[in-house]
Design a protein around this ligand. Sequence first.
Ligand SMILES: [Zn+2]
Length: 244
Amino acid sequence: MLLFRYAIFIVAGFFVTLTVTMGNATDSDDTPTVTPTGLKPNYPAGYNCTPISSPYGSWIDVDGTRRDEIHTGVDVGRLGEWILAPASGTVRAAWKANWKWGTEGALLIQHDRDDLNLTKGPKFYYSEFDHLDFDEIKHFREGQKVKRGQRLARVTHPGENQTYLPEVHWEVWKADHDNLTWRTNRYDAPDWWNDSAELVDPLSLLGLNNPPTEDKSVAIVPFVNGKDYDGFRGFTYIMPCTPK
Ligand SMILES: [Zn+2]
């Protein structure tokens, strides 16, 4: 559900942002809001973790250029690194997507409260991973369970096009129900929709187990093979972290 928006800035002592949704007619009713959270990652001292290269709600892309839409997720990863499931969940879809950079793979995983060891709050969360190699994810079937830390796919170039810097775009949604519908986006590719879903900063889920500190830094918890995550709330990091 990667979104495309055009923003017009009018400088008159203040900024006015006018958002015009491009896409099919239903988009205008369904366009969710991206509210920057100010959360920032704090990587664990004993590990080397590939850092997030572009945060949620940013206007500057990883290559330093200005975006034409506010960032709906986080970008992370180096070419060939494995993307790890941030929590257990259920595959909802693995499909051929196109978000402007060409045909590529996309993977949607649904996490319920049990998967995140939560007892209240939204009933469901969704993790969407974009810019994947479709051939690497086409084996996933709807309804298939994934485990926390499971290797999902390797980081590659958006649109499987080498002119773009490698990254994975990770988008997180919260939702009260799990009814998905599908529609066609303006690049003629399938796009899911859940009318109860709202975008959230992935860092807010990464920070559920240990509350963010006063300066809004979130302690990133790496996934460690064999460790017991019973009772761990929220997400572990999606990039492998190696002990120093
Ligand atoms: Zn992105």
